[in-house]
Structure formats: structure tokens, C-alpha cells
Design a protein around this ligand. Structure first.
Ligand SMILES: [Mn+2]
Length: 242
């Protein structure tokens, strides 16, 4: 049986062919990374009924990916918007936060990528740096629209992040606007950008597999992060309601 990996869709206004409308979408890089690892990718559009009753959806999943995209609404962590905060999608925030809360309670394997790592931190009560250049003084985590900035990361030896990567220092594809400010409850920082030491990986050592990375492993065929999630989903028993 292929483990079912839910991937939370983005909601964006998109133009293609003769059409322009709001689309629930997911780059195929995420889908292909799941499929290449032997998982069945299920793209999940925001759904207020599922946000109100996340079990109905989580019962059908073996793991969850919180994907990249728009900035999380600062209201979600009690902050006022920074002048440089990007556009936000409250319907997506509502859905993903509800799903993340319940997935964490049920110890469903969870991988947060970029925005997804930020959302994981907010789901655990943490806050975000709304404009990373304020913190590091440069634009090297997102220097060009539509292109990745490459920087190295260093991972804590023995952490889930390092075990998933099978490496402790390597180059990553970075394109993020925000980062972790106050760390969420139960999370530990296990990865840092080089040389500016921004928190780039967080995990919950008390969970089966709860990991967030600020870079884009799904866009890197040599990366093992998505495969590690699929392997965990395949080997473990389905998570139980309680
Ligand atoms: Mn970065």
C-alpha cells in the first residue's frame, strides 16, 4: 500500500490560457517528490468544514506536508502587520492551522516546508520575524524573484533533520521572506543557515516525525527530506484518534 501524503494547496489568483481566477494549486515538485518516494500525493484545498472537524480528513492521511507560499497572517500569532509583510490568505491559514494542531495532537508525521515551517512554529504558539532582512541585514535568503538563493545549512548531529538528510552540512535552495522569532512550545532548532545562523530547521524530539525546514527540499532531487517523511508514513501504524 502506498502511504497517503496530504499536501496543503496554495490559494492564489493565477492566469493561464484565457483564464484568470483563484486556483487551489500545488507545484508538481512537491507531488513528484512524494511519488518518487513511493507515496500517494493528495493535494488538499482549504476547506472550512475540514478545519472545523480535522479528524475527518486526518483519518485518511498517513502524513502531512505543509507547503510553501504566502506569508502567514500576523494576526495568527498576535502581531501587528510589518509594512513589508506580503499578501496573506486567511482561508488557507485557518485550514492549515486547524490541520496542524490536530495532526500534532495525533502525532501524525508532519513536514513543514518554508511557509510550512513558519506555520508549524505558529501552530505551537511561536511567532515569526515578518521581514528577515531586518534581522540579518541582507537579502541573501530571497534575493531574486523566481530564483533561489543558495546558501549552506548546518544541522545538529543526531537530530531528525540530520538523520533525514544523511548529512550535517550542505547547500540548500532558499526563498523565504520570514523566519522564526519566538520558538513554539516543544520545538527545538536543529538547523542554521551559514554564515548568518538563522534558524532554518525545527523539530519536536518527542514526536514520531515533526520537522520543519525553511528551504525547499522538494526542488532538489538529491534531498532526502520528503523521502524520509514517506518512509516514516509507510513503516508506522496509522495514527489513532484519542
Ligand atoms: Mn534561507
Amino acid at each position: 500500500m502506498r502511504p497517503v501524503i496530504g499536501i496543503c494547496a496554495a490559494l492564489e489568483r493565477v492566469r493561464w490560457g484565457p483564464w484568470e481566477e483563484v486556483v487551489a494549486m500545488m507545484p508538481t515538485s512537491y507531488v513528484h517528490a512524494v511519488q518518487a518516494a513511493g507515496g500517494l500525493a493528495l493535494v488538499l484545498p482549504p476547506d472550512d468544514a475540514a478545519a472545523a472537524d480535522p479528524d475527518a480528513l486526518i483519518d485518511r492521511l498517513d502524513a502531512l506536508i505543509l507547503a510553501g507560499g504566502a506569508d502567514v497572517d500576523p494576526a495568527a500569532y498576535g502581531a501587528r502587520p510589518h509594512p513589508r509583510v506580503g499578501h496573506t490568505v486567511p482561508e488557507r491559514d485557518r485550514f492549515e492551522l486547524a490541520l496542524a494542531h490536530r495532526a500534532l495532537e495525533r502525532d501524525l508525521p508532519l513536514l513543514g516546508i518554508c511557509r510550512g515551517m513558519e506555520l508549524l512554529n505558529v501552530a505551537r504558539g511561536g511567532t515569526l520575524v515578518q521581514h528577515v532582512p531586518d534581522l540579518v541585514g541582507h537579502e541573501e535568503h530571497r534575493h531574486t524573484l523566481g530564483q533561489f538563493a543558495d546558501h549552506d545549512v548546518e544541522l545538529e548531529p543526531g537530530s531528525l533533520a540530520a538523520l533525514a538528510a544523511r548529512a550535517e552540512r550542505f547547500a540548500v535552495k532558499s526563498h523565504h521572506h520570514q523566519g522564526v522569532d519566538e520558538l513554539g512550545e516543544g520545538l527545538e532548532v536543529t538547523g542554521w543557515s551559514i554564515p548568518d545562523r538563522l534558524a532554518e530547521a525545527v523539530e519536536d524530539p518527542r514526536s514520531r516525525f515533526v520537522l520543519g525546514v525553511l528551504w525547499h527540499p522538494e526542488r532538489d532531487e538529491s534531498s532526502r527530506f520528503v523521502a524520509a517523511l514517506v518512509e516514516e508514513a509507510r513503516t508506522a501504524l496509522p495514527p489513532r484518534r484519542s
